[in-house]
Design a protein around this ligand. Structure first.
Ligand code: ACO
Length: 245
């Protein structure tokens, strides 16, 4: 994606980590520069978030500059420094964040956990299937000190992302949850159970349909085995208006 300003002057490395101050990791500058850079980073995040939503056919973007500002998430921006005649283009975005979640383990036990989650992931159509997603993902794993993506939960993964995780990390057996997060078989081996009772906690993600009763619906796979590869209609899963589960 092209912008009216010089992308390379804002994003000095191919991948840049940004948190809720909307400034590139390690940024230093006076007040005027800070305001200018923040505005431009906001514009880039919002534009990439919008493209990601379009690619996933979502009615609302999951990622905007404003949302990043108001949350404790990390955003990784991938640029092509050679794009737009050396001014650079922005070609990918990956958003992660820790969430308190109720999840069912393989035995049907409800667990409260707080994993780092993959919340949004997008590489520009012109650059997909070219290793760019892997580059971005690997960078994130190092930054977040995650040894294996099986430790992560994924918020409504698309079929492309399921394929991506299968291809690059051999992740196969998904355990989709009622709150539309997905974890893989193996997730619960090392995950720490949180000590508190979660039902009344404000920050815990419970299934929308069950918020009033605070009872949590068991996901359908609990009736059988962990599901191999394409366990679900991932498009429906990603679509917020879907009634899946
Ligand atoms: N169809 C099926 N699998 C695909 C596709 C596709 N069109 N595109 C990528 N993949 C998977 C495949 O496993 C592919 O390997 P292959 O080409 O040998 O089949 C592998 O990803 C390619 O790996 P990379 O080149 O490293 O990844 P890429 O740069 O394509 O980025 C990403 C992957 C981010 C999923 C990208 O395809 C994309 O932006 N898709 C559209 C948006 C999207 O679905 N994002 C995930 C939403 S869910 C969430 O964010 C929690």
């Amino acid at each position: 994606m092209q912008f009216s300003f010089d992308i390379n002057s804002i994003f000095k490395t191919q991948i840049t980590k940004i948190d809720n101050n909307l400034l590139p990791d390690g940024f230093q500058g006076d007040r005027t520069l800070t305001e200018d850079v923040t505005k431009k980073v906001d514009e880039v995040i919002t534009a990439l978030g919008g493209e990601s939503a379009k690619a996933q056919k979502l009615s609302q973007p999951i990622t905007t500059g404003q949302k990043v500002k108001n949350q404790t998430h990390n955003v990784y921006i991938l640029t092509d420094p050679k794009g737009k005649e050396g001014q650079g283009t922005a070609i990918g975005i990956l958003k992660t964040g820790r969430k308190n979640l109720y999840l069912f383990d393989t035995k049907g036990e409800q667990r409260q956990v707080s994993p780092v989650c993959i919340l949004d992931f997008y590489v520009h159509e012109s650059q997909q299937r070219n290793g760019k997603g892997k580059l971005l993902f690997e960078y994130m794993l190092k930054e977040e000190n995650i040894k294996n993506p099986v430790q992560m939960a994924i918020d409504r993964p698309s079929s492309k992302l399921l394929n991506f995780l299968n291809k690059h990390y051999g992740l196969k057996n998904v355990l989709p949850q009622s709150n539309k997060f997905v974890v893989y078989d193996g997730f619960f081996k090392n995950s720490k159970q949180l000590p508190t009772k979660p039902q009344h906690s404000k920050n815990v993600q419970t299934p929308k349909s069950n918020k009033k009763s605070a009872a949590i619906t068991k996901p359908p796979w609990l009736a059988g085995e962990a599901v191999r590869n394409k366990p679900l209609n991932s498009k429906a899963l990603r679509n917020k208006s879907s009634n899946w589960l």
